[in-house]
Design a protein around this ligand. Structure first.
Ligand code: F6R
Length: 609
């Protein structure tokens, strides 16, 4: 997600902050900005695009001052423009705010601020904080920030300066990481230690709902009531490369670990307060248009296609609408039957995949409605669609997709519930209950991630495997396809996914003594049938690796290895079953000495057909 740096000390802040932002570039961003507080008051510069654009604008300017904050923005609310770049300022030009995360109740707050005469100058959720500081400030910035944090919903790291307190930066966090850098006569805050590693290696982590006062002479941390919280500092001995990866060996390891947050961000703020109604980010379709839809066609490629297949199960179950899922590369060449009453859902994490783009253009030429599900605000897919649901997983560096895919899965459930709500196939209480089930999933993923060591060990034992098969039924089938794709991409092992019921119609011939077969078998109505399938492959000598639900003993007699996942409603199980398969593939690639982040022959964004 976004990168944040804050500095107070003796050095000229601009250089320190820009250097920190350069080191945070790996996080991915689409605009950047800085503010410096000095003798001339608060000075702010922001620019869309790469840091080089900002540096170009700054090259002819002097921004003297020893306190500064900086930000690289990954767009979530509003496209990546100069006006939406951070820092955001209040109406008086005294307050500067940078922010990472999503303020879920910002629309309500904006409405109040506008009623009270504040002028809104960006599309962002962040700007509300600058105006709230302006309104509530009474000479005590930390107290003002504590009071505002109590009124914010969602996730945030906020870093704020006020021209009336020129030696002070105040930062706060909820659900996202913030680290303090402790220097000698200078102090820092950052999204991670890379922001200040060139200046100090003494760091302290900020905990949930804490507010930090950063001054040249020292740092004070309080809770939201203002009580001082003592904490331990630690020494960072990572090199810069390891620091960028948060100490993980590969970006993919970090991105797998970030999945609870990715799902949380995707689900966050979808229910309108009071009414309990789901909403999408951008929608140019009327409720009547949504009600008139007669069929849904999902177009996507690769892992996004697998998310689409899961979406089909959810939409058909909740909305009783026929859903087809089509590989985007095939869609337009078969003269598909789509028209005004077709909703085409284009899923693309990058939002730039040529096949998906061409397919959506074809769908629009047939007058179909297009809903984009993408991770990239302002991408071509989002711009050319009638409605957009952003997955908000944050930028993904590893070429093969993990956290962006899990966020797409979460998004497809949201789309299913949205359609069910508008078309009246599920009542508001049921929609809310399903959203609640979904909202419990991030904590389950967190727990599941703590149990991955046996999966890594298993992966290492597969280092010489030549072929691995993946089987699943119902929503387990798309996950079998995804498990196989990840293994091919990362470990270059020949892998195929099948519906478990298909195995005896041909693929079972592939099984030899010792062939690893991963069977996705969380608790489900079809489980007895899956157990039969496990027995069928085991009888032919397969080494069975079964993904099952905690406490389910029924699969153990037939499994050479059991991977347990927390219990969850069976339709939502892909959000959990996908995790051990990602870990298995990444670890097997590592064991084979491969580059997990950059597999051969693959590109992150496939912009050619
Ligand atoms: C798999 C992977 C690819 C993408 C596919 C579509 O790990 O990353 O299969 O899912 O290239 O890309 P997007 O979603 O950007 O359209």
């Amino acid at each position: 997600m976004c990168g944040i740096v804050g500095y107070v000390g003796d050095q000229q802040a601009l250089e320190v902050v820009l250097d920190g932002l350069r080191r945070l570039e790996y996080r991915g961003y689409d605009s950047a900005g800085v503010s410096v507080l000095g003798a001339d008051g608060l000075q702010v510069e922001r620019k869309a695009g790469k840091l080089a654009n900002l540096e170009k604008v700054l090259s002819g300017r002097d921004l003297p001052g020893t306190l500064g904050i900086g930000h690289t923005r990954w767009a979530t609310h509003g496209p990546p423009t100069d006006a939406n770049a951070h820092p955001h300022v209040d109406c008086t030009g005294k307050v500067a705010v940078v922010h990472n995360g999503t303020i879920e109740n910002f629309e309500l707050l904006v409405a109040g601020l506008q009623d009270r005469g504040h002028e809104r100058r960006s599309d962002t959720d962040t700007e509300v904080v600058a105006h709230l500081v302006e309104e509530r400030y009474d000479g005590d910035l930390p107290a003002t920030v504590r009071s505002i944090c109590k009124d914010l919903e969602g996730s945030f790291v906020l870093v704020i300066s006020h021209a009336d307190e020129p030696g002070l930066i105040v930062a706060a966090r909820r659900n996202l990481p913030l680290v303090i850098g402790l220097g000698d006569g200078e102090n820092f805050v950052g999204s991670d230690v890379t922001a200040f590693i060139a200046h100090t290696r003494e760091a302290r982590a900020v905990e949930q709902d804490q507010v930090v006062e950063v001054r040249r002479e020292g740092v004070t941390v309080t809770d939201l009531e203002g009580a001082v919280v003592e904490g331990e500092s630690y020494h960072v001995d990572w090199d810069t490369d390891a620091a960028e990866k948060g100490g993980y060996e590969f970006f993919m390891d970090k991105e797998i670990a970030e999945q609870p947050e990715a799902v949380r961000a995707t689900l966050g703020g979808r229910l309108t307060e009071g009414e309990g109604l789901l909403h999408l980010d951008e929608l140019s379709m009327s409720v009547e248009d949504v009600r008139d839809i007669e069929q849904v066609v999902i177009i996507a490629c690769g892992s996004s296609y697998h998310s689409g297949l899961v979406g089909k199960y959810a939409i058909e179950r909740w909305c009783r609408l026929p859903v087809q899922v089509e590989m985007a590369s095939e869609f337009r060449y078969r003269d598909p039957v789509v028209g005004r009453r077709t909703l085409v859902i284009a899923i693309s994490q990058s939002g730039e995949t040529a096949d998906t783009l061409e397919a959506l253009r074809h769908a629009r030429s047939q007058r179909a409605w297009v809903l984009a599900v993408t991770n990239t605000v302002g991408s071509t897919v989002s711009r050319e669609s009638d409605a957009v649901l952003y997955t908000r997983a944050g930028p993904e560096v590893a070429v093969a997709s993990t956290k962006a895919v899990i966020a797409q899965l979460a998004a497809m459930y949201v789309v299913g519930l949205y359609l069910a709500q508008v078309r009246g196939t599920r009542d508001a209480d049921e929609v809310r209950a399903h959203m609640q089930d979904l909202q419990e999933v991030p904590a389950l993923i967190e727990e599941l991630l703590t149990r991955m060591e046996p999966v890594r060990e298993l992966a290492r034992s597969l280092v010489d495997a030549e072929r691995v098969l993946f089987l699943g039924r119902h929503v387990g089938f798309p996950m079998a396809l995804e498990g196989a794709l990840k293994l091919k991409e990362l470990a270059y092992v020949s892998a195929e996914g099948f519906p478990a019921g298909e195995i005896k119609h041909g693929p079972i011939a592939l099984i030899e003594p010792g062939t690893p077969v991963v069977i996705i078998a969380p608790r489900h109505a079809l489980q007895a049938k899956l157990i039969n399938n496990i027995q069928e492959v085991r009888a032919r000598g397969a080494r069975t690796i079964v993904i099952a639900t905690d406490g389910d003993e029924s699969v153990t007699p037939y499994a050479d290895h059991v991977i347990l996942i927390p219990d969850v409603k069976s339709l939502l199980a892909p959000l959990l079953t996908i995790v051990p398969m990602q870990v298995l593939s990444a670890e097997l690639a590592r064991a084979r000495g491969l580059d997990v982040d950059q597999p051969r022959n693959l590109a992150k964004s496939v912009t050619v057909e």
